[in-house]
Design a binder for this molecule. Structure first.
Ligand code: SME
Length: 159
């Protein structure tokens, strides 16, 4: 089992290009969803030092907090609420350069300034979302969306 990965690259693109295959090697043959999601958030946190990285899993009418790295967070989010609930309801990614400008943003921490949330789709159904928060304004762009979407596509096979 690969227990280590190398932190490589200066640009976000280089970092994602290096990290994503390493996560797949790290996961290897593991099929347990919680184990896979847990090491995925740990790897993202280690590589990028994001303020908060985690998954919310769809359970009936709510998103329920799943594996994450960062400060304590709200445990349930209703469909259509906040950035996460919006990504779920619309089944598309939400790139939020300034969380204070997003109507209905749920502030789990005042330190969070910008955020990106991506749905994980099983067919047409959203089964979870990946939420990444930064303590810097406008910290995410189309590069993050591109690579995190690739990551979410791959993760969808574990659901
Ligand atoms: N900000 C999110 C809530 C989750 S926390 O950021 C971890 C939202 O508005 O849905």
């Amino acid at each position: 089992m690969a227990e280590h990965f190398s932190l490589i690259g200066t640009t976000r693109e280089e970092q994602y290009t290096s990290l994503l295959p390493q996560i797949q090697v790290l996961v290897g043959d593991e099929k347990n969803l919680i184990a896979v999601l847990s090491n995925t958030v740990a790897a993202l946190k280690q590589q990028f030092g994001f303020f908060w990285v985690g998954f919310y899993l769809v359970e009936a009418e709510h998103l329920v907090l799943g594996p994450f790295q960062g400060t304590v967070a709200c445990m349930r989010i209703a469909k259509g609420k906040g950035v996460c609930g919006t990504a779920w309801e619309k089944a598309n990614s939400q790139l939020v350069p300034d969380v204070d400008a997003f109507p209905g943003h749920i502030a789990c921490s005042n330190a969070s300034k910008s955020e990106v949330v991506l749905p994980i789709l099983k067919g047409k159904e959203v089964v979870a979302v990946l939420d990444v928060d930064s303590d810097k304004l406008a910290d995410f762009n189309s590069t993050d969306l591109l690579y995190l979407e690739k990551l979410c596509n791959w993760l969808s096979t574990y659901f």
